[in-house]
Design a protein around this ligand. Structure first.
Ligand SMILES: NC(=O)c1ccc[n+]([C@@H]2O[C@H](COP(=O)([O-])OP(=O)(O)OC[C@H]3O[C@@H](n4cnc5c(N)ncnc54)[C@H](OP(=O)(O)O)[C@@H]3O)[C@@H](O)[C@H]2O)c1
Length: 292
Protein backbone atom coordinates (compact mmCIF):
# COMPACT_ATOMS: atom_id res chain seq x y z
CA UNK A 1 0.00 0.00 0.00
CA UNK A 2 1.15 3.53 -0.79
CA UNK A 3 1.84 5.46 2.42
CA UNK A 4 -0.29 8.54 2.83
CA UNK A 5 -0.77 11.84 4.65
CA UNK A 6 1.17 10.94 7.80
CA UNK A 7 4.29 11.85 5.83
CA UNK A 8 2.91 15.18 4.64
CA UNK A 9 4.52 17.99 6.63
CA UNK A 10 1.77 20.27 7.77
CA UNK A 11 2.95 23.79 8.39
CA UNK A 12 1.86 27.39 8.14
CA UNK A 13 2.71 27.17 4.43
CA UNK A 14 0.48 24.18 3.65
CA UNK A 15 -1.94 24.93 0.81
CA UNK A 16 -5.37 23.36 0.42
CA UNK A 17 -7.43 21.96 -2.44
CA UNK A 18 -11.02 20.95 -1.68
CA UNK A 19 -13.57 18.65 -3.22
CA UNK A 20 -17.05 20.21 -3.22
CA UNK A 21 -19.80 17.60 -3.49
CA UNK A 22 -22.44 15.63 -1.65
CA UNK A 23 -21.83 12.81 -0.83
CA UNK A 24 -18.03 12.86 -0.79
CA UNK A 25 -17.16 10.19 1.78
CA UNK A 26 -16.41 7.58 -0.93
CA UNK A 27 -13.90 9.80 -2.77
CA UNK A 28 -10.42 8.49 -3.60
CA UNK A 29 -9.23 11.98 -4.58
CA UNK A 30 -7.98 13.11 -1.10
CA UNK A 31 -5.61 10.16 -0.94
CA UNK A 32 -4.58 10.38 -4.60
CA UNK A 33 -3.88 14.11 -4.71
CA UNK A 34 -2.35 14.54 -1.24
CA UNK A 35 0.10 11.73 -1.94
CA UNK A 36 0.86 13.21 -5.36
CA UNK A 37 1.45 16.71 -3.90
CA UNK A 38 3.99 15.23 -1.51
CA UNK A 39 5.68 13.28 -4.30
CA UNK A 40 6.36 16.40 -6.41
CA UNK A 41 7.32 18.59 -3.43
CA UNK A 42 4.19 20.72 -3.24
CA UNK A 43 3.21 21.43 0.37
CA UNK A 44 -0.54 20.92 0.02
CA UNK A 45 -3.40 18.71 1.12
CA UNK A 46 -6.67 17.77 -0.58
CA UNK A 47 -9.79 17.62 1.57
CA UNK A 48 -13.26 16.38 0.64
CA UNK A 49 -16.01 18.71 1.86
CA UNK A 50 -19.69 17.80 1.94
CA UNK A 51 -21.55 20.89 0.78
CA UNK A 52 -25.33 21.34 0.90
CA UNK A 53 -26.98 23.16 -2.02
CA UNK A 54 -27.74 26.31 0.00
CA UNK A 55 -24.08 26.58 1.04
CA UNK A 56 -22.58 26.23 -2.45
CA UNK A 57 -21.99 29.96 -3.02
CA UNK A 58 -20.25 30.33 0.37
CA UNK A 59 -18.17 27.21 -0.29
CA UNK A 60 -16.96 28.58 -3.63
CA UNK A 61 -16.25 32.01 -2.14
CA UNK A 62 -14.19 30.31 0.58
CA UNK A 63 -11.70 29.14 -2.08
CA UNK A 64 -10.82 32.79 -2.64
CA UNK A 65 -11.25 33.97 0.95
CA UNK A 66 -9.09 31.19 2.43
CA UNK A 67 -6.56 31.33 -0.42
CA UNK A 68 -6.96 27.68 -1.41
CA UNK A 69 -5.15 26.43 -4.54
CA UNK A 70 -8.47 25.39 -6.04
CA UNK A 71 -11.14 22.72 -6.01
CA UNK A 72 -12.76 19.79 -7.68
CA UNK A 73 -16.53 19.86 -8.01
CA UNK A 74 -18.68 16.75 -8.13
CA UNK A 75 -22.31 15.63 -8.01
CA UNK A 76 -24.69 17.43 -7.46
CA UNK A 77 -22.93 20.80 -7.88
CA UNK A 78 -21.20 20.54 -11.29
CA UNK A 79 -23.74 22.75 -13.06
CA UNK A 80 -24.89 25.10 -10.28
CA UNK A 81 -21.30 26.05 -9.40
CA UNK A 82 -20.93 27.87 -12.73
CA UNK A 83 -22.87 30.84 -11.32
CA UNK A 84 -20.30 31.48 -8.62
CA UNK A 85 -16.92 31.47 -10.43
CA UNK A 86 -15.18 34.38 -12.17
CA UNK A 87 -14.32 32.75 -15.49
CA UNK A 88 -15.40 29.59 -17.28
CA UNK A 89 -13.17 27.94 -19.89
CA UNK A 90 -14.91 27.39 -23.27
CA UNK A 91 -14.84 23.58 -22.95
CA UNK A 92 -16.69 23.70 -19.60
CA UNK A 93 -19.19 26.15 -21.08
CA UNK A 94 -19.81 23.76 -24.00
CA UNK A 95 -20.21 20.76 -21.70
CA UNK A 96 -22.38 22.80 -19.34
CA UNK A 97 -20.58 21.55 -16.24
CA UNK A 98 -17.44 22.21 -14.22
CA UNK A 99 -15.25 19.71 -12.35
CA UNK A 100 -12.19 21.83 -11.57
CA UNK A 101 -11.61 25.34 -10.19
CA UNK A 102 -8.22 27.02 -10.14
CA UNK A 103 -7.56 30.01 -7.86
CA UNK A 104 -5.35 32.32 -9.96
CA UNK A 105 -4.39 35.10 -7.55
CA UNK A 106 -7.95 35.50 -6.31
CA UNK A 107 -9.63 34.86 -9.65
CA UNK A 108 -11.62 31.61 -9.75
CA UNK A 109 -11.23 29.97 -13.15
CA UNK A 110 -13.43 26.95 -13.83
CA UNK A 111 -12.91 24.17 -16.33
CA UNK A 112 -13.85 20.58 -17.03
CA UNK A 113 -11.07 17.98 -17.26
CA UNK A 114 -13.33 14.90 -17.63
CA UNK A 115 -13.34 14.96 -21.45
CA UNK A 116 -9.57 15.54 -21.60
CA UNK A 117 -9.18 12.57 -19.26
CA UNK A 118 -11.25 10.47 -21.64
CA UNK A 119 -9.20 11.55 -24.68
CA UNK A 120 -5.91 10.74 -22.93
CA UNK A 121 -7.23 7.31 -21.94
CA UNK A 122 -8.16 6.55 -25.55
CA UNK A 123 -4.80 7.77 -26.84
CA UNK A 124 -2.93 5.68 -24.30
CA UNK A 125 -4.92 2.59 -25.34
CA UNK A 126 -3.95 3.25 -28.97
CA UNK A 127 -7.55 3.74 -30.16
CA UNK A 128 -7.67 5.38 -33.58
CA UNK A 129 -10.44 7.99 -33.53
CA UNK A 130 -10.00 9.82 -36.86
CA UNK A 131 -12.89 9.00 -39.21
CA UNK A 132 -14.59 6.36 -37.05
CA UNK A 133 -18.28 5.92 -36.14
CA UNK A 134 -19.30 5.70 -32.48
CA UNK A 135 -22.43 4.79 -30.53
CA UNK A 136 -22.93 6.35 -27.11
CA UNK A 137 -25.40 4.79 -24.66
CA UNK A 138 -26.34 7.29 -21.93
CA UNK A 139 -26.55 11.04 -22.55
CA UNK A 140 -26.04 12.52 -19.06
CA UNK A 141 -23.09 14.31 -17.48
CA UNK A 142 -20.22 12.06 -18.50
CA UNK A 143 -21.65 11.72 -22.03
CA UNK A 144 -21.57 15.51 -22.37
CA UNK A 145 -17.94 15.74 -21.24
CA UNK A 146 -16.85 12.96 -23.60
CA UNK A 147 -18.83 13.96 -26.69
CA UNK A 148 -17.69 17.60 -26.80
CA UNK A 149 -14.07 16.36 -26.96
CA UNK A 150 -14.55 13.20 -29.04
CA UNK A 151 -16.41 14.92 -31.88
CA UNK A 152 -13.32 16.92 -32.82
CA UNK A 153 -11.83 13.61 -34.01
CA UNK A 154 -14.50 11.13 -35.11
CA UNK A 155 -16.75 11.01 -38.16
CA UNK A 156 -20.19 10.17 -36.67
CA UNK A 157 -21.68 9.94 -33.17
CA UNK A 158 -25.05 8.27 -32.53
CA UNK A 159 -26.50 8.88 -29.09
CA UNK A 160 -29.21 7.08 -27.15
CA UNK A 161 -30.56 7.07 -23.57
CA UNK A 162 -33.65 5.83 -21.76
CA UNK A 163 -34.71 9.48 -21.34
CA UNK A 164 -35.73 11.24 -24.56
CA UNK A 165 -35.41 14.68 -22.96
CA UNK A 166 -31.79 14.02 -22.01
CA UNK A 167 -30.91 12.86 -25.54
CA UNK A 168 -32.60 15.85 -27.16
CA UNK A 169 -30.82 18.32 -24.90
CA UNK A 170 -27.36 16.88 -25.60
CA UNK A 171 -27.92 16.35 -29.33
CA UNK A 172 -29.25 19.87 -29.89
CA UNK A 173 -26.22 21.37 -28.04
CA UNK A 174 -23.80 19.19 -30.00
CA UNK A 175 -25.45 19.93 -33.35
CA UNK A 176 -24.82 23.66 -32.88
CA UNK A 177 -21.10 22.91 -32.77
CA UNK A 178 -20.68 19.76 -34.87
CA UNK A 179 -23.71 19.75 -37.22
CA UNK A 180 -24.78 16.47 -38.80
CA UNK A 181 -21.93 14.46 -37.29
CA UNK A 182 -24.35 13.91 -34.39
CA UNK A 183 -27.64 12.01 -34.48
CA UNK A 184 -29.78 10.10 -31.98
CA UNK A 185 -31.95 6.99 -31.93
CA UNK A 186 -34.66 5.63 -29.66
CA UNK A 187 -33.35 2.97 -27.34
CA UNK A 188 -34.64 -0.52 -28.08
CA UNK A 189 -32.91 -3.82 -28.85
CA UNK A 190 -33.50 -3.65 -32.60
CA UNK A 191 -32.16 -0.10 -33.01
CA UNK A 192 -29.18 -0.75 -30.78
CA UNK A 193 -28.22 -3.87 -32.72
CA UNK A 194 -28.57 -2.09 -36.09
CA UNK A 195 -26.54 0.94 -34.99
CA UNK A 196 -23.80 -1.17 -33.42
CA UNK A 197 -23.40 -3.17 -36.63
CA UNK A 198 -22.25 0.09 -38.31
CA UNK A 199 -20.09 1.28 -35.41
CA UNK A 200 -16.36 1.04 -34.62
CA UNK A 201 -16.64 2.26 -31.03
CA UNK A 202 -19.22 1.73 -28.25
CA UNK A 203 -19.25 4.10 -25.26
CA UNK A 204 -21.16 3.21 -22.11
CA UNK A 205 -22.09 6.45 -20.36
CA UNK A 206 -24.86 4.98 -18.18
CA UNK A 207 -24.44 3.76 -14.58
CA UNK A 208 -25.41 0.22 -15.69
CA UNK A 209 -22.56 -2.02 -14.55
CA UNK A 210 -21.74 0.00 -11.46
CA UNK A 211 -22.79 -1.16 -7.98
CA UNK A 212 -25.68 -1.94 -7.28
CA UNK A 213 -26.21 -2.73 -11.01
CA UNK A 214 -22.85 -4.53 -11.29
CA UNK A 215 -24.43 -7.76 -12.57
CA UNK A 216 -26.08 -5.87 -15.46
CA UNK A 217 -24.89 -4.60 -18.82
CA UNK A 218 -26.42 -1.83 -20.98
CA UNK A 219 -25.58 -3.79 -24.16
CA UNK A 220 -26.19 -7.56 -24.59
CA UNK A 221 -23.10 -9.66 -25.26
CA UNK A 222 -24.48 -10.86 -28.61
CA UNK A 223 -24.37 -7.27 -29.96
CA UNK A 224 -20.58 -7.06 -29.42
CA UNK A 225 -17.92 -8.00 -32.00
CA UNK A 226 -14.19 -8.46 -32.05
CA UNK A 227 -13.72 -5.31 -34.14
CA UNK A 228 -15.98 -3.12 -31.97
CA UNK A 229 -13.86 -1.23 -29.42
CA UNK A 230 -15.67 -0.87 -26.08
CA UNK A 231 -15.21 2.03 -23.63
CA UNK A 232 -17.00 1.97 -20.28
CA UNK A 233 -17.04 5.20 -18.23
CA UNK A 234 -17.62 3.21 -15.05
CA UNK A 235 -14.44 2.78 -12.99
CA UNK A 236 -15.76 0.97 -9.95
CA UNK A 237 -15.62 -2.01 -10.42
CA UNK A 238 -12.52 -1.79 -12.65
CA UNK A 239 -14.04 -4.43 -14.96
CA UNK A 240 -17.76 -4.15 -15.59
CA UNK A 241 -19.78 -6.99 -17.08
CA UNK A 242 -19.74 -5.11 -20.40
CA UNK A 243 -15.93 -4.96 -20.38
CA UNK A 244 -15.67 -8.63 -19.36
CA UNK A 245 -18.01 -9.67 -22.20
CA UNK A 246 -16.12 -7.59 -24.76
CA UNK A 247 -12.78 -9.02 -23.60
CA UNK A 248 -14.12 -12.57 -23.95
CA UNK A 249 -15.03 -11.82 -27.56
CA UNK A 250 -11.52 -10.49 -28.16
CA UNK A 251 -12.47 -6.81 -28.56
CA UNK A 252 -10.26 -3.93 -27.45
CA UNK A 253 -11.57 -2.54 -24.15
CA UNK A 254 -10.96 0.62 -22.12
CA UNK A 255 -12.38 0.95 -18.61
CA UNK A 256 -13.20 4.27 -16.92
CA UNK A 257 -10.34 4.13 -14.39
CA UNK A 258 -7.87 5.69 -16.87
CA UNK A 259 -10.31 8.51 -17.62
CA UNK A 260 -10.65 9.05 -13.87
CA UNK A 261 -6.86 9.03 -13.53
CA UNK A 262 -6.28 11.54 -16.33
CA UNK A 263 -9.04 13.95 -15.28
CA UNK A 264 -7.19 14.04 -11.95
CA UNK A 265 -3.80 14.44 -13.65
CA UNK A 266 -5.07 17.41 -15.69
CA UNK A 267 -6.55 19.08 -12.59
CA UNK A 268 -3.38 18.44 -10.55
CA UNK A 269 -1.25 20.09 -13.23
CA UNK A 270 -3.54 23.15 -13.31
CA UNK A 271 -3.37 23.66 -9.52
CA UNK A 272 0.36 23.00 -9.13
CA UNK A 273 1.82 23.92 -12.55
CA UNK A 274 3.95 20.77 -12.15
CA UNK A 275 3.94 17.43 -13.97
CA UNK A 276 1.72 14.98 -12.11
CA UNK A 277 3.24 11.70 -10.82
CA UNK A 278 0.99 9.60 -13.03
CA UNK A 279 2.23 6.14 -12.03
CA UNK A 280 1.81 6.86 -8.32
CA UNK A 281 -1.68 8.28 -8.83
CA UNK A 282 -2.64 5.21 -10.85
CA UNK A 283 -1.34 2.86 -8.15
CA UNK A 284 -3.49 4.62 -5.54
CA UNK A 285 -6.58 4.40 -7.74
CA UNK A 286 -6.03 0.71 -8.43
CA UNK A 287 -5.51 -0.04 -4.74
CA UNK A 288 -8.87 1.51 -3.97
CA UNK A 289 -11.06 0.12 -6.72
CA UNK A 290 -13.14 -3.03 -6.61
CA UNK A 291 -11.29 -5.64 -8.67
CA UNK A 292 -14.22 -8.01 -9.32
N1 LIG B 1 -14.46 7.54 -15.56
C1 LIG B 1 -14.75 8.74 -15.11
O1 LIG B 1 -13.87 9.58 -14.89
C2 LIG B 1 -16.20 9.10 -14.86
C3 LIG B 1 -16.58 10.44 -14.72
C4 LIG B 1 -17.92 10.73 -14.50
C5 LIG B 1 -18.86 9.70 -14.43
N2 LIG B 1 -18.44 8.40 -14.58
C6 LIG B 1 -19.41 7.29 -14.53
O2 LIG B 1 -20.28 7.38 -15.64
C7 LIG B 1 -21.57 6.89 -15.29
C8 LIG B 1 -22.62 7.90 -15.69
O3 LIG B 1 -22.42 9.09 -14.92
P1 LIG B 1 -23.18 10.46 -15.26
O4 LIG B 1 -22.69 11.45 -14.31
O5 LIG B 1 -23.12 10.76 -16.72
O6 LIG B 1 -24.70 10.05 -14.89
P2 LIG B 1 -26.04 10.75 -15.40
O7 LIG B 1 -25.81 12.22 -15.59
O8 LIG B 1 -27.12 10.30 -14.46
O9 LIG B 1 -26.31 10.13 -16.86
C9 LIG B 1 -26.56 8.77 -17.11
C10 LIG B 1 -27.72 8.68 -18.09
O10 LIG B 1 -27.88 7.31 -18.50
C11 LIG B 1 -29.28 6.99 -18.42
N3 LIG B 1 -29.47 5.55 -18.32
C12 LIG B 1 -29.63 4.77 -17.22
N4 LIG B 1 -29.77 3.48 -17.58
C13 LIG B 1 -29.73 3.43 -18.92
C14 LIG B 1 -29.82 2.38 -19.87
N5 LIG B 1 -30.00 1.11 -19.50
N6 LIG B 1 -29.70 2.68 -21.17
C15 LIG B 1 -29.54 3.95 -21.57
N7 LIG B 1 -29.46 5.01 -20.73
C16 LIG B 1 -29.54 4.74 -19.41
C17 LIG B 1 -29.71 7.74 -17.20
O11 LIG B 1 -31.13 7.79 -17.10
P3 LIG B 1 -31.76 7.79 -15.57
O12 LIG B 1 -31.35 9.08 -14.97
O13 LIG B 1 -33.21 7.65 -15.81
O14 LIG B 1 -31.16 6.61 -14.85
C18 LIG B 1 -29.06 9.10 -17.45
O15 LIG B 1 -29.79 9.89 -18.35
C19 LIG B 1 -21.52 6.61 -13.79
O16 LIG B 1 -21.36 5.24 -13.57
C20 LIG B 1 -20.31 7.36 -13.31
O17 LIG B 1 -19.68 6.74 -12.20
C21 LIG B 1 -17.15 8.09 -14.80
Amino acid sequence: MVKFLIETELSGKTKVVILIGNPVEHSMSPKMHTTAFKEVGVNAIYVATKVEKNNLKTAVESIRALNFLGANVTIPHKVAVMKFVDEIEPIARDIGAVNTIVNKEGKLIATNTDGLGFMRSMKEAGVKLKGINAVMVGAGGVARAISFNLLHEINQLKITDIKKKVIDSLVSNLKQRFGNKVTSFNLNGKNLKTELEKADLLLNCTPIGMFPKNKETPVPKEFLRKDLTVFDAIYNPIETLLIKNAKQIGAKTIGGSKMFLYQGVEAFELWTEKKAPIKLMETIINENLIKK
